[in-house]
Design a protein around this ligand. Sequence first.
Ligand code: HEC
Length: 246
Amino acid sequence: MLIAKAGFTDPLHAPLTHFPIALVIGAFLFFLAAVLFGKKNLEVTARHVSILAFLFVFPTILFGVFDWLHFFKGALLPPIKYKMILASAVIVLLAVGIIMGSELKVRTTPMMVVYALAVVSVVGLGWFGGKLVYGGWSPAPEAVPAAAKAATAPSGTTQAAPAGQRLFAANCSACHPNGGNVIVAELPLKKSRTLASAAAFTAFVRSPKMPNGSESQMPPFPEDQISAKQTGELYTYIQSMLAAWK
Ligand code: HEC
């Protein structure tokens, strides 16, 4: 699966999104057909489909939040903000549509507007989701120079990816794709003075601070999340990538 290859190993949010998106579009199309061909019963179908969509929205959001906490440590990146607004819009629009549809005489125009806006919202959600996964915000599959492989893989073993690379993909690359910085672009990881020594690097990762000492938007990684051995592996990996990230 492409998305897993891009580092999104949580298997649920991405496939789940297809259900509400398809159902919302389906509800819209059924309602459109009902109006175009004057078939009342298709309005009922549209409403049932939108109820299904409503039910699917919640697990989709839940797993989306899990992915967000895992890959972006809950950082409020712009696409995440837009997704939150759009997801709320979808919930409200579907609920309004379902309630409106329960009346015997459905007013066509407002109903059509509600369904159409729901379609726009789910499409927007998919679009920003795509931006997060493919737009440089997310753990991109990174080419590892042979030197990095040699540095971390014990000779004689055939490891898929060196430990440092896996640690980086799982913990850092969401905010630091290609050694950059999606939150504070002026402070890319690859140019950091904290890379001067492993000790300085580890101290920073344990307790990130802005260069002026003020509070950082980067989450701290305590020992129980990334061990001392692992910060060493991360450091080795990052050093090995500096040339490739230039
Ligand atoms: C949620 C987003 C986020 C994650 C995840 C994240 N960082 Fe950062 N990182 C930032 C931000 C924001 C900055 C800039 C602010 C600062 O320097 O404190 C930063 C800065 C840095 C810097 C440069 C510091 C400087 O001032 O020069 C290094 C080095 C760094 N991060 C390493 C890491 C490593 C290693 C990981 C994974 C273990 C990681 N980051 C995970 C957001 C993140």
